[in-house]
Design a protein around this ligand. Sequence first.
Ligand code: NDP
Ligand code: BG6
Length: 513
Amino acid sequence: MADSPRHPFLQGLSKHRGAPPTVVVIFGASGDLTARKLIPAVYNLGYDNLLPADFFLVGFGRKPIPDEEFRTMAADAIKEFSRRELNQDVWSRLAANTSYVAGGYDEKPAFDRLAAHLAAIEKKIGREVQPLFYISTPPSVFDPILRNLGASGLAAKYRGSPHQAKVVIEKPFGRDLDSAHALNTTIRSVLEEPQVYRIDHYLGKETVQDLLVQRFANSIFEPLWNRNFIESVQITVAEEVGVGTRGGYYEQSGCLRDMIQNHTMQLLALTAMEPPVSLDPEAIRDEKVKLLKAIQPLVLGPGGDVARAQYAAGMTGGKAVPGYLQEEGISPQSATETYAALRLSINNWRWQGVPFYLRSGKRLARRVSEIAVNFKRPPGTLFAEEGARFDLASNTLSFQIQPDEGLSLILNTKIPGLETRTQPVKMSFRYATTFGSNTPEAYERLVLDAMIGDGTLFIRGDETEASWKLCTPILQSWAAAGRTGMDTYAAGSWGPLSADALVAKNNHVWRQP
Ligand code: NDP
Ligand code: BG6
């Protein structure tokens, strides 16, 4: 199977990719994320020979599952969800080192059994094995798992050495500033920060990593990357799907918690941060935190910086679909937003006066995630009829994160002919055309980075809190307002009118990506 070559710049920047002998322990191993993302990610790393020779996978959960049954579940997950078909040679190597430990997340003896299981693996191969704990359970049990990792001694295993125990923590990381702070406090009571990998899978997307390369490896962009040349920035994470079967989770979450606080804020931080002094994880995280802290508190309430809405019935992909309030598991009085848009001002030297617009929603016109940087318009006078006003289109540089990953730039061009008339045209680059389409999934990159101990693409504790500090007052104001002020939009549209009004205040319009 021919794979695409890695981006030459990333190749140049990449660190040594060899992981030490590792056992990945997944808490919540019978769950949806394990099947859809984690097992396929491990399998594809194995396929690409990126796993260490001594690699072990251990599932953990409350339900007793015999080893053989867990291996069958894993093979089925690969068949259904992996980007590659199941290859028997690769799978048999992995299956031979795959096992399951049953126990409660709040039962210390279960963690002692897990510790004994890991010790037995080490004894069998006669060497130390780095433990990588992946917490893939609902957030209600993050806390007991962390505490039992501490109480059983597993969290401290090999601490201080390169193969010290590491813990990956899934989202959502708290529900607000207080709960995120409390979770960070528990984490710090059992782990040191370099052992902690708070995941945001958007950071593992190839195009998101390329954002840093585009910004800092091309001398044409960086000199223009400031308030003197940039008019506004729009970050869109649009989904065509509705809440589907995740109504129970979504009712407790909503778009701000599910997408804006994490994915879009991370995209914003990478787009707007200052150049880091190096590609060292801490240098990049320091810049992201500085940027998040420079965002001005938002104006809340009618006419403020925030819009929220729920999708109403409409058409998606040529099919009629119900509104949010008619979906399974959703209260007909629900005040949970399925769409949110924010207008942000960054109070620093580079960005003073440049609005950053963030929006995300379910059941929008199509699935697309992009960052669009709109440059200031050049004066149109040269090309206007005498005495008339003429506005040239603004140059827009857009990073299409997914699907059809790529980069495009809108330029004004002369329409061929005897008259001098201009038309905006799009200059595009598509990853698939240049590099082939078999790009690794975000979780592959992130699981590998955690095994190697590279935290660049993970979120530090202070980053999560800086982002929650901004989002928590919004959630509080919405909770106080209930359904008052909740807008609607037709499923399959580009969102509510209140979001259009948000950008219209600055004479802007949303792009239709
Ligand atoms: P699941 O609901 O599938 O739960 C995972 C496992 O946790 C279950 O198989 C079950 O295993 C155990 N579990 C379920 N409910 C409880 C409970 N109330 N108390 C204790 N244990 C429970 O979750 P997902 O796999 O969907 O998600 C796991 C984590 O990943 C969550 O934090 C989620 O927010 C996050 N995430 C998930 C995504 C997805 O697409 N699924 C996307 C992004 C993040 P057992 O009964 O064997 O103990
Ligand atoms: C998850 C959200 O974090 O991201 C989901 O919980 C959302 O609601 C998903 O659908 C989107 O991820 P992607 O990679 O498909 O854009």
